[in-house]
Structure formats: C-alpha cells, structure tokens
Ligand binder design. Structure first.
Ligand code: SME
Length: 157
C-alpha cells in the first residue's frame, strides 16, 4: 500500500480523481474493516481538510460511531434521527447546506455548518453511513455525492 498520500490542489472533481486511486491502494490486500474505514476517513480529511469525517455502522438497529477524524462525536444515533439516521432510514444520500435548517439535526458541534451523509448499502440494506461535516455553509454538492458514493463502494463492508 501507499504510505504517503499525495495531496493536490484543483477543483473538487480533480481532488477526488487524484484521491480515489490512492484510496484503492490503501485498501488493497487488507480485509480488516476497521483499518479500512480508518484509512478512508484519514485520506478524505487530509485531502479536503473538512471539519469532521467519519463512519457510523449499523449495530443492533442503531448507528454506532466508527473510525472518524475530527472532534469527539455522539456515539449512537437512532434510525430516522438527525441527518445520519434519516439517510439510513431513506437509504439515500442527504446534502444539507445549513444544518440548522434540517429538522432534528444532531449538533455534535456548533462549529458544524453543512453536512453530507452517504449510506453504505450492501444486499439492499444500509450497513453504515459516511458522514462529512464542514465548518462553513453550503460546502457539499452532487460532485461530492457522486465520488463519496463511489468511495464507499470500495470498502469491504
Ligand atoms: N450531525 C449528525 C450527527 C453526527 S455528527 O455530525 C458527527 C446528524 O445530524 O446526524
């Protein structure tokens, strides 16, 4: 696996296109799920510098905090609660330009202003979500959706 991440400047798509082959390299030959989630969130955080990047994994009908990069966060989220629990319940990616306007948003930090949550779907079931928070409003769009959805397919859930 690659040991150092090459960080590039450029538009968002260019950054994802540089990062994705490197993420494939990080995951290659490793079957430990926690190790792989950890490297994916570290790679995303390093390239994009977002406020918080992490996985929540479905366990016993709750989302439970999994590898993340950023400040400490709430550990359990129920189905349908907050952005993460809604993404899980609806099995779809949610882009939230202003978290204060999302009904039921769970504020792990008041510094988080916008958010994208991508469900990880295996055998038609949501098994985890990838949550990304930014400290500025309106930081996520369909480009993030497209590439983050691709990235979560690479992880061996
Ligand atoms: N804001 C999320 C909770 C998780 S934290 O942002 C890390 C939500 O509303 O589901």
């Amino acid at each position: 696996m690659a040991e150092d991440l090459a960080i590039i400047t450029g538009n968002k798509a260019e950054q994802y296109l540089s990062l994705i082959p490197q993420i494939k390299g990080l995951l290659e030959g490793e079957d430990d799920l926690v190790a792989n989630m950890a490297n994916v969130v570290a790679a995303l955080k390093e390239q994009f510098g977002w406020f918080w990047v992490g996985f929540y994994v479905v366990k016993q009908n709750e989302l439970v905090l999994a590898p993340f990069q950023g400040p400490v966060a709430c550990t359990r989220i129920k189905k349908g609660r907050g952005v993460c629990g809604t993404s899980w319940a609806e099995a779809k990616t949610l882009i939230v330009p202003d978290v204060e306007k999302f009904p039921g948003h769970i504020a792990c930090s008041s510094l988080s202003k916008s958010e994208i949550v991508v469900p990880v779907i295996r055998n038609n079931e949501v098994v985890a979500v990838l949550d990304v928070d930014a400290s500025e409003y309106d930081q996520f769009d369909t480009t993030d959706q497209q590439y983050l959805e691709e990235i979560v397919t690479l992880v061996n859930f």
